[in-house]
Design a protein around this ligand. Structure first.
Ligand SMILES: [Fe+2]
Ligand SMILES: [Fe+2]
Length: 198
């Protein structure tokens, strides 16, 4: 399946807003791929498909996870908002013909992140948050940081995600903490303190 066919198929299964978001993540991912030495074509595909299961019914997604043994993770199984990443990886494999492990991993981890994320997973994690239709208060800072210091940008992205999950009163997945910590190790401590002091 080529990218045009993927786009057509996706358009048929996603709500309009989600489809536009997916196309935007795809474009943004291709734009920022060079910051992570990632092939922009792979970023384009991963971005396009990252939410391919987002509009599936929650019960259907839970059944797919259990029947296909996609995850036994207690937090994932208890948080319907996290299903679409796990199911999305499966759907990308089985319905869109994706076999590239980097693309599949980027889809799988795009909601919770993980420790030592691969470059393409980082691209999708950030592109999902900074694509042009997103407009929360910290967005401009995150867009600027992406081009200034990718590791600081990822820490900020994890902060935004963690605060969002806390705001909803939901459980924070340990992978999200491992993910954030793995980037804390990579940055200048002074720069990080300046960032968090704001
Ligand atoms: Fe998503
Ligand atoms: Fe998304």
């Amino acid at each position: 399946m080529d990218i045009l066919q993927m786009t057509q198929k996706l358009k048929g299964v996603l709500k309009e807003k989600r489809f536009i978001h997916s196309v935007n993540v795809s474009k943004t991912a291709a734009e920022i791929a060079h910051l992570f030495n990632v092939d922009p074509k792979k970023a384009e595909i991963a971005g396009l498909l990252h939410d391919c299961a987002k509009n599936f019914d929650k019960e259907v997604m839970r059944d797919i996870i259990i029947k296909n043994n996609l995850s036994k993770d207690e937090i994932i199984l208890s948080e319907p908002a996290l299903y679409h990443a796990v199911v999305g990886e499966y759907i990308a494999r089985t319905e869109y013909g994706i076999s590239d492990p980097d693309i599949l991993e980027a889809i799988f981890y795009h909601t919770i992140g993980c420790g030592d994320m691969k470059p393409l997973s980082c691209v999708i994690y950030l592109a999902d948050l900074i694509e042009p239709t997103r407009n929360w208060p910290e967005i401009e800072e995150l867009r600027r940081l992406t081009y200034e210091d990718v590791n600081l940008a990822l820490i900020r992205a994890f902060d935004i995600s963690i605060i969002h999950v806390i705001g909803k009163g939901r459980a924070i997945h340990p992978n999200t903490i491992y993910g954030r910590n793995s980037f804390v190790k990579k940055v200048d401590m002074m720069k990080l303190q300046n960032l968090t002091a704001k």
